[in-house]
Design a protein around this ligand. Structure first.
Ligand code: KIV
Ligand code: ZN
Length: 395
């Protein structure tokens, strides 16, 4: 039932845990109905993520219904439901996921003193008791249990280690270390995980997981740092959506692994050519527009505007591209014509439009193109056609 990560025998495979439908849906203004959640979950299965956190079943009847529908209809990935460390949440989460071929209960309780004192208004001893009881209850229902010490990166590492040992004793199969408020820095996050490996003798028996928020723009970097420290599950959301500044952007993490992982013996099983489609679907259904310069899925991620870059890419793509647009499911890269563009890109664009020009015609067309580009942010195909037909007519 649990994902197939060997206990000690590390293959370098990183499990991809998608929380678009749970943490992602916690973004202000996002509310997905069951049909929309199912559509996204089916696409996530095509994308090849290992685990889908489908929702927080106790949060609302609608969320319960959506998690249950996903558990019943979406095959392939593990389907997880989130639960606080209390009996009602855990029962509700199990009710929602139990019909999945591969159900998981994900339960959590905070280990930072800030949360224990101000939010839980409890003691460290209480937290140990909650961790013990919740993992035991979840384990009696489901083989696959994930435990998260919330706000771990602001917690005392020794205390967090004690809580994790309890969770492991009760049968947790995945231990997730949330950087709940996006406070950690990459080296610090890795050091925290390394220290946990030293303090918790049984930690290597579980899958260690990262869950990093992006408040300081470090979510993907922290996740990768966690993997370098031994984590073999990474949690994140498509387009990086989630509480406040969001979660680690899954497509960025996956492409980081795809581009740089091999040299480190790391990989994941995501079908990268499904990335663009998944990103567009999530953007459309959530109403969250993707910023143009967003890594991997932004409309400019594979677009070149300056003449020097365009000239290089036309000669050899890898001069200015570290990824191939087709790898993420786009047709091709693009050369955007603007005031920084060069003669080579203009010639290519005119040829693509069916106007092979050279010599003096190209020179004049280029001069007129530059004059136009100074007035317009982007020169379109229609502008080019007008420009070149005038030019050809004058010949
Ligand atoms: O950010 C967080 O701590 C969470 C937990 C519920 C894992 O989302
Ligand atoms: Zn979170």
């Amino acid at each position: 039932m649990s994902p197939d990560v060997p206990e000690r025998d590390d293959t370098g495979r990183v499990l991809i845990f998608d929380t678009t439908l749970r943490d992602g849906e916690q973004s202000p203004g996002i509310s997905l109905n069951t049909t929309e959640k199912l559509e996204i979950a089916h696409q996530l299965a095509r994308l090849g993520v290992d685990i889908i956190e489908a929702g927080f079943p106790i949060a609302s009847p609608g969320d319960f219904e959506a998690v249950q529908a996903i558990a019943r209809q979406v095959q392939g990935p593990v389907i997880a439901g989130l639960a606080r460390a209390n009996p009602a949440d855990i029962d509700r989460a199990w009710e929602a996921v139990k019909d999945s071929e591969r159900p998981r209960i994900h339960t959590f309780v905070s280990t930072s003193d800030i949360h224990i004192e101000h939010q839980l208004q409890a003691t460290r001893e209480d937290v140990k008791g909650l961790a013990r009881a919740s993992v035991a209850q979840a384990k009696a229902l489901c083989d696959d249990v994930e435990f998260s010490p919330m706000d771990a990166t602001r917690a005392d590492v020794e205390f967090t280690a004690e809580v994790l040992q309890i969770a492991l004793d009760e049968g947790a199969t995945t231990i997730n270390i949330p950087d709940t408020v996006g406070y950690a820095m990459p080296a610090e996050y890795a050091a925290f995980l390394t220290r946990l490996y030293e303090l918790v003798p049984d930690l290597h028996k579980a899958v260690l997981s990262t869950h990093c928020h992006d408040d300081l723009g470090l979510a993907v970097a922290n996740s990768f740092s966690g993997v370098l420290a031994g984590a073999r599950q990474v949690e994140g959301a498509i387009n990086g959506i989630g509480e406040r500044a969001g979660n680690a952007s899954l497509e960025e993490f996956v492409m980081l692994l795809h581009t740089r992982g091999e040299e480190l013996g790391l990989h994941c099983d995501v079908v990268t050519t499904e990335i663009a489609r998944t990103s567009r679907l999530v953007s459309r259904l959530t109403g969250y527009v993707i910023q143009p310069n967003k890594a991997v899925v932004g409309r400019n991620a594979f677009a070149h505007e300056s003449g020097i870059h365009q000239d290089g890419v036309l000669k050899e793509r890898t001069t200015y591209e570290i990824m191939d647009a087709r790898t993420v499911g786009l047709d091709a890269n693009s050369l955007v014509l603007g005031k920084h563009s060069g003669r080579h890109a203009l010639k290519q664009a005119l040829e693509d439009l069916g106007y092979p020009v050279d010599g003096a015609t190209l020179n004049t067309a280029f001069k007129r193109f530059k004059e136009l580009a100074d007035k317009k942010k982007q020169v379109t195909a229609m502008d080019l056609e007008a420009l070149v037909t005038d030019e050809l007519r004058a010949e």
